[in-house]
Design a protein around this ligand. Structure first.
Ligand code: AMP
Length: 213
């Protein structure tokens, strides 16, 4: 089973994808994480990617496809959770073609709906653990001494989680990614889930959709 998460920035798709990965033993493929890893290298590509991420802009479709192909071809898994891909109509078309060539398909698309104000609070309060990938929020979670509750590693904030960068990312989402929702609506694959409440409640709603497939 292959699942796509589409959502505005900081709607909780990373958190939900992580929970889904554990529940169904699927592979959580976050293109944001993949790109942040590239951005941390001192190469020319790393510098370019970092600049785009830090400014809330999208990395170009051809490079995204190349990275995705490399990643997918090395995976031997039960299914993939696409977190952050596709973000443009062109990427959605490229993903369909790529999966078709592998005799695979997308089974379900989960659109996490959230108000802009709630997403902003989630973005500005978000801290992550670079060691185990856990995600927390300084406003809602109980964190001590800025340490990960899971592994004790120091927590860090993303450069693009400031209010200004969040606003740019939100505009990028409205212009480029919102049309992708119509694409999957037309394909009959779209499921809308409210991402406004408690994360377990949201997760249970996602699970009933996945299990109904
Ligand atoms: P995320 O972790 O999903 O919030 O992504 C962080 C940043 O990575 C985005 O704001 C973009 O700059 C970049 N990014 C992630 N996924 C994609 C994608 N599919 N296409 C282009 N850029 C992406």
């Amino acid at each position: 089973m292959n699942v796509i998460f589409i959502a505005p920035p900081a709607a909780g798709k990373g958190t939900q994808a992580e929970m889904l990965e554990k529940e169904y033993n699927m592979y959580h493929l976050s293109t944001g994480d993949l790109l942040r890893e590239i951005a941390s290298s001192k190469t020319e590509l790393g510098k370019n990617v970092k600049e785009l991420i830090d400014n809330g802009k999208l990395i170009d479709d051809e490079l995204m496809l190349k990275l995705l192909k490399e990643k997918i071809s090395s995976l031997k898994v039960n299914g993939i959770i696409f977190d952050g891909f596709p973000r443009t109509i062109h990427q959605a078309e490229m993903l369909d073609e790529l999966l078709e060539n592998m005799n695979q398909k997308i089974d379900s698309v989960i659109y996490l709906e959230v108000d802009k104000e709630v997403a902003l609070k989630r973005a500005t309060g978000r801290v992550t653990c670079s060691n185990c990938g856990s995600i927390y929020n300084i406003y809602f979670d109980n964190i001590k001494d800025n340490k990960c509750n899971n592994c004790g590693n120091e927590l860090s904030k993303r450069m693009d989680d400031t209010e200004e960068k969040f606003n740019t990312r939100f505009d990028t989402y409205l212009n480029n990614t919102k049309p992708v929702i119509d694409y999957y609506q037309n394909n009959g694959l779209l499921n809308t889930v409210s991402s406004m409440g408690d994360k377990l409640e949201i997760f249970n709603n996602i699970k009933s959709i996945i299990e109904g497939k």
